[in-house]
Design a protein around this ligand. Structure first.
Ligand code: MSP
Length: 679
């Protein structure tokens, strides 16, 4: 945590994620920005900066009001519930934020009111009251048009709602020249460069004044001295970047605010660039407050070529990935696979392939290979370095080059290229070991000095790799750091103040905790899919499909995922709870294997008035042809779901004793027709 009272000599660096809507739980898309910011925060700390890192939840607005109404609870209950899920997820993902802001906090209401009061004092002309009529998207909180004619939202395509009321307006139209001046003098203000061009054209095409209050909504921050109005959710949300570090406290802002504001970086997704690169600087200009240094708009993570979005329901969730493959795997995949700034596709297959190829076979293999040799050939102690001047400076030179290049690339937010560079160092060390064959040298007495030199260089190279990778892969690198016998926390190391040769000969190496065990692609993919399904549709997964696979015993586990909603074993339910499950006798008409899924059978089952397609995880226990004609018990009122691209419309009851995990179908000793109720 940052303590502003301590005399701070380091340069400050303040970065923010967007403040996420708390109308539902986070998904891989929301985790993306937060993970990227975490990498930057860790990298900046290792570069000697005093970092403040803010994230939070956006808890006001009509979409929250409506989501609460739909769930039959109050908006306050809804945001409390979802905010906790965000915090839990950030904990699970090891996000090192220093500040968390909730827009429903008292402190934030004070801050927003302070900002508008300050604006009215400094630029009285900037805010005025007028009638507003227009179309508004409640899902994206976006004004679509300033005329009452029907119009669709450019972001999500849904029809805009008609709004007609008296509002406070912000005179945005008068800020065009100052904004264009800002973009000209500081082209780094909007990044990547092509986004700056989009923003410039938008401003050049003419700015209209925008409404910054609402009368029709209750769930918001009241306008000072005019509480019938609440603040427009974007004015409210953007201000949270200042509240989080103490704006609105004391006179106008705390000591901490004065230290960290303006933000060095607002990291956002491309769809909210206009709010950040046009509205926000204009609001701050009117309030005569310093402007953030940079707004970086990254691309979208796509799922089957569409933006992942809670409202479209086409989302992947981070918890199952972390639970099955560990935290580093998700971080690595997102930063390595997607060229930062552009859109990228999210694919479970590619995630597992990268995990096996780069993490298990690459980094994991190199670390265990080197440390095993130190144990075996050097009694578990770091050997002496090569005698200077060593003829072979392969690793030394490569480390120096990669450190500089990776740093520049990370500072330029070019994460995938930075990782590629670091992986080229891993390959160089791997090749160095293979070419020099320490295992042969160990058999020849007069090669001891050479053997030591080679193993020292390899270890020192591994130490560099570990330091360079820490911001990306905090879990495994910490283990390798301990494995190398290093004392002191890895996150406290300064990347530029660790010269080659810092590894002390004679240091006892530690035990390397297992990192990145290889996993079976199919099994792992199925496990992740099943857990995701459980999040989307709690209680919907079939018993056999949730049976732990062999990957469970070896894969790293994160903290518990928020995936399961089933009550604890032994918990009593009421007869009404039981009555919610509709069970019927079914007769199997046909069964066949599902391509690409070892355990799944596609079963067509007659339930009296229709024949249903059910996917059942019983393929290892039943040859499909043996099932035809068999009577089974079918859960018929389960929401349909997709597995391996095929719809499953129901579930077959089966028992399994957990020892070998094989499912045994529930059936009938006496005759009973298809469709009969089971109760
Ligand atoms: N509450 C506003 C932001 C206010 S900031 C002052 C908001 N919230 S949001 O929950 O919709 O989150 C939007 C942000 O989440 C995006 O800008 C982006 O950072 C991240 N992402 C959400 N879905 C994403 C993808 N599918 N892909 C990449 N990032 C995504 O807008």
């Amino acid at each position: 945590m940052n303590n502003p009272n301590i005399l701070e000599t380091r340069t400050k660096y303040y970065l923010t994620t967007p403040i996420y809507y708390a109308n539902s739980r986070p998904h891989v898309g929301s985790a993306y920005t937060t993970i990227v910011c975490d990498v930057i925060a860790r990298h900046k700390r290792m570069s000697g900066f005093d970092v403040a890192y803010l994230t939070g939840t956006d808890e006001h607005g009509v979409n929250i009001e409506r989501a609460a109404e739909k769930a039959g609870i109050s908006p306050a209950e809804l945001v409390d519930r979802n905010q906790k899920i965000f915090v839990e997820l950030w904990k699970l993902l090891g996000i090192s934020y220093t500040h968390f802001i909730r827009t429903t906090s008292m402190q934030h209401a004070r801050s927003v009111q302070t900002l508008v009061r300050r604006t009215l004092r400094r630029s009285p002309h900037a805010i005025y009251k007028a009638k507003y009529e227009g179309r508004y998207c409640i899902y994206d909180n976006l004004y679509i048009s300033d005329t009452p004619e029907p119009a669709d939202c450019p972001n999500c395509g849904r029809p805009g709602e008609l709004i007609s009321e008296e509002n406070y307006f912000f005179r945005l139209s008068e800020y065009a020249d100052r904004l264009l001046g800002l973009y000209k003098e500081h082209p780094e203000f909007v990044q990547p460069g092509f986004r700056l061009n989009e923003v410039k054209s938008f401003v050049e095409s003419g700015l209209k004044d925008i409404s910054i209050s609402r009368k029709s909504i209750k769930w918001g921050i009241p306008w000072p001295d005019d509480p019938e109005h609440v603040f427009y959710v974007w004015y409210d949300a953007l201000t949270s970047y200042m509240t989080g570090i103490g704006f609105g406290e004391g006179e106008e802002g705390s000591e901490e605010f004065r230290r960290y504001w303006p933000a060095n970086l607002h990291m956002i997704g491309k769809e909210i660039i206009r709010f950040h690169a046009v509205y926000w600087p204009a609001f701050l200009m009117a309030a005569e407050l310093p402007l953030p240094r940079q707004v970086f708009a990254h691309g979208w993570l796509l799922f089957e070529q569409e933006k992942m979005s809670k409202s479209k329901g086409n989302v992947a969730y981070p918890e199952p990935i972390v639970k099955v493959l560990g935290n580093d795997a998700l971080r690595y995949y997102l930063l390595r696979e997607v060229v930062f700034g552009q859109d990228g596709n999210f694919s479970r297959d590619a995630l597992i392939t990268r995990y096996n190829a780069d993490l298990a076979n690459g980094l994991g293999n190199l670390a265990s290979r080197i440390l095993t040799m130190i144990e075996k050939y050097c009694d578990g102690k770091i050997p002496d370095p090569p005698l200077p001047p060593s003829s072979d400076q392969t690793i030394l030179l490569k480390c120096a080059a990669v450190r500089g290049e990776a740093r520049t690339l990370i500072d330029g937010h070019n994460f995938s290229s930075a990782l590629e560079k670091i992986w080229s160092l891993i390959s160089t060390i791997d090749k160095f070991v293979t070419d020099n064959k320490p295992w042969d040298l160990a058999t020849v007495t007069n090669q001891r000095i050479r053997l030591n030199g080679i193993l020292y260089d390899s270890c020192e190279g591994l130490r560099f790799v570990t330091l360079l990778l820490y911001p990306f892969l905090p879990n495994a690198t910490e283990k390798i750091w301990v494995g190398l016998g290093q004392s002191g926390k890895i996150e406290k190391q300064l990347i530029d103040e660790t010269p080659w040769g810092s590894l002390m000969p004679g240091t006892r190496i530690g035990k390397l905790e297992p990192i990145y065990p290889r996993v079976d692609k199919k099994e792992t993919s199925e496990r992740i899919e099943t857990m995701e399904q459980e999040i989307r549709n709690p209680g919907s997964t079939q018993p056999a499909a949730t049976t732990p696979t062999s990957a469970t015993s070896t894969a790293p586990t994160g903290a518990a995922a928020a995936a399961t909603a089933a009550p604890a074993p032994g918990t009593k339910i009421t007869i009404d709870d039981f009555a919610k499950v509709e069970l019927r006798v079914g007769v199997v008409k046909s069964a066949e294997k599902v391509q690409g899924a070892d355990k799944l059978l596609k079963v067509m089952v007659d339930i009296g008035d229709e024949v249903r397609q059910v996917l059942a995880g019983i393929a290892l226990a039943y040859p499909p042809e043996e099932l035809v004609g068999r009577k089974v018990v079918v859960v018929t009122n389960l929401a349909p779901r997709k597995m391996r691209g095929q719809e499953s419309n129901g579930m077959l009851l089966a028992a399994s004793d957990g020892a070998d995990g094989k499912p045994v179908l529930v059936t009938f000793a006496e005759d009973i027709p298809a469709g009969a109720k089971v109760k």
